[in-house]
Design a binder for this molecule. Structure first.
Ligand code: FRU
Length: 561
């Protein structure tokens, strides 16, 4: 039995995910006020609401495992964030604000410029929006481990897109899935700002599922949050029936008001009689939805190459065109061996029909550790984040968490109407740069900090090699007009490469295993996430281009409003 005493505020709430079979007891002045005599033998979620400020004792026995725990006072949490709790045989350790940030920063394996959850598994970014002066990121979250599992929505906010305040879990699965021995839960979705300025969230619930690949049921839901956007307060199912030809994959809604149609529109990722497809729905009130037909259906060769469905479709206007972004789950590209590819199509949207300018899909990221991209409109910009993962490599070391988001990006069209991505301008103020001087061999000592390399001018023949004690971390090369990135662990069976047009500018950001490459003004982007040899201390750049290398440091976090 472990016993710990902590001070709790009046109104403080503790939410935690734990597994038994043991007991956990909360007491005030030796009086039990809350107890679970036997925690469930599978993970479950619990919450305790403290009513008066007092010293409080917690007692739990050795068979209790707490996977994720935090506390907060509802009235102040939007401004100050959660306090993370760690239960161990040494007692309870609580971390808040700067202490929580410092604890996250102490993990040398954790990228510092990229968003990651304090603990446990994260995948897709969800519900991206800006409310007032605050950016919101929600994300697919499994609170009970470092692997994908019953999905919740984690939540964090920021004033500058780089420093994040961690908030309570926003959405739970509708069922206690662990107890059912099932997966599923609150899957991906997006934010929608109504005409009254209120933000609501559309998402998919995968109902209790007993097979990862077939036979599951997915329904669409609408979540209305409380005043401070801390908890989904009212959740309703809005689409339960699947159209003909759609059997199980039917998810990831994105909603917009469509001026031309004079109504609301929604896209969903799906599989239509086996072909990856994007489906279009219409509504006049956001709650009754009618199926309008497929917006896009992939040619047969995609299903033949393994694509089971489209995930996380994004559809939005940009510079007079409409852009359709799609993830093809299951697809392996025959010519390169790459999988987890994200594609874009640029076209027009007329009378509820999408007419692409070219049938050829634009590969959005040649590195492929860049998936489930979600974009949203704010301040007249199309901002986006993606999840940096592609199931090829996993963290080998014991780590408190898994999953990061890309740097915030701004989406644009180039002069030939191809989609390009650049780092959002907030980078310039949130990140301090310290320009490094090269040694005689064009090498730079980077001292294990994140760094940026910018090259402008002729790139043919360029190599950038980052290493630690002669072990390669990554290597970028430009040869015969192709750019490619290789990690130490690559065996060459998959080719991560793209053709350059102008080949006269490259920007590379490296952050503890994450390599983000922007070339040709952002038209060619490549992202790799390595979990091996993630702290190179030296880079060598051989190029005819002008080279600038800078060490990068996050400017001080901003806490509170
Ligand atoms: C993409 C995805 C989505 C789904 C979510 C589940 O990575 O598979 O299609 O909503 O993740 O976590």
């Amino acid at each position: 039995m472990t016993r710990a005493s902590v001070h709790l505020e009046s109104g403080e709430r503790i939410e935690f995910w734990a597994q038994g079979p043991g007991r956990i007891t909360i007491g005030i002045r030796d009086q039990t006020v809350w107890q679970i005599p036997a925690l469930s033998a599978v993970p479950a979620s619990y919450s305790y609401h403290h009513r008066e400020a007092s010293e409080t004792t917690f007692e739990w026995d050795d068979t209790v495992t707490v996977f994720w725990a935090y506390s907060y006072v509802p009235a102040t949490v939007a401004a100050v964030g959660i306090t993370m709790w760690d239960f161990s045989t040494a007692g309870i350790m609580r971390r808040h604000g700067e202490e929580l940030s410092n604890w996250m920063r102490c993990d040398e394996e954790r990228p510092s410029l990229h968003f990651s959850p304090p603990k446990n598994w994260m995948n897709d970014p969800n519900g991206l929006c800006k409310i007032g002066d605050t950016w919101h990121v929600f994300y697919q979250f499994h609170p009970c481990g470092n692997d994908w599992g019953p999905m919740h929505w984690g939540h964090a906010t920021s004033k500058d897109l780089f420093n994040w305040l961690h908030l309570p879990v926003f959405l739970h699965p509708e069922q206690e899935l662990w107890r059912l021995g099932a997966t599923g839960g609150a899957f991906s979705g997006t934010a929608f700002e109504g005409k009254n300025g209120q933000h609501v969230f559309f998402y998919t619930e995968r109902l209790p599922a007993y097979d990862l690949f077939t036979g599951y049921r997915e329904v669409q839901k609408l979540a209305i949050p409380d005043r401070n956007t801390i908890k989904a307060e009212c959740v309703t199912s809005i689409i339960e029936e699947r159209p003909k030809g759609v059997y199980h994959d039917f998810r990831d809604p994105k909603v917009w008001w469509d001026d031309a149609a004079g109504g609301y529109r929604m896209v969903l990722g799906a599989s239509l009689d086996g072909d990856p497809a994007v489906l279009l729905y219409g509504s006049v009130d956001l709650s009754e939805w009618t199926y309008l037909g497929p917006l896009y259906r992939a040619p047969k060769e995609y299903a033949e190459a393994g694509a089971r469905a489209i995930e996380c479709p994004d559809f939005f206007p940009l510079n007079g065109k409409w852009i359709l972004l799609m993830g093809f789950v299951g697809l392996t590209e025959a010519s390169t061996g790459r999988h987890n590819l994200l594609y874009a199509l640029v076209g027009n949207f007329v009378n509820d029909a999408f007419i692409p300018e070219s049938v050829e899909l634009q590969v959005l990221d040649f590195g492929t550790d860049f998936y489930a991209l979600q974009s949203f409109r704010a301040e007249d910009r199309q901002i986006a984040f993606a999840w940096l993962f592609n199931w090829e490599y996993r963290k080998t070391a014991v780590s408190p968490y898994s999953g990061e988001l890309s740097l915030p990006r701004q989406l644009c069209l180039d002069e030939r109407n191809r989609l390009s991505m650049r780092i959002a301008e907030e980078f310039e103020t949130a990140v301090r740069k310290e320009i490094l001087t090269p040694d005689r061999d064009d090498g730079y000592a980077i001292g294990k900090y994140p760094f940026e390399a910018r090259l402008s001018g002729p790139l043919e023949g360029t190599t950038i090699k980052a290493s630690d004690a002669n072990r390669l971390s990554f290597e970028l090369t430009v040869r015969d007009g192709m750019i490619s990135v290789r990690l130490e662990q690559d065996d060459g069976s998959i080719r991560y490469a793209a053709r350059l047009d102008t080949a006269d500018d490259i920007r590379v950001i490296y952050d503890a295993g994450i390599v983000e490459v922007f070339a040709d003004g952002g038209r060619v982007c490549g992202t790799r996430r390595s979990y091996a040899n993630t702290s190179p201390d030296h880079i060598r750049i051989s190029s005819l281009a002008k080279v600038t290398v800078s060490a990068l440091h996050l400017a001080e976090p901003i806490f509170g409003a």
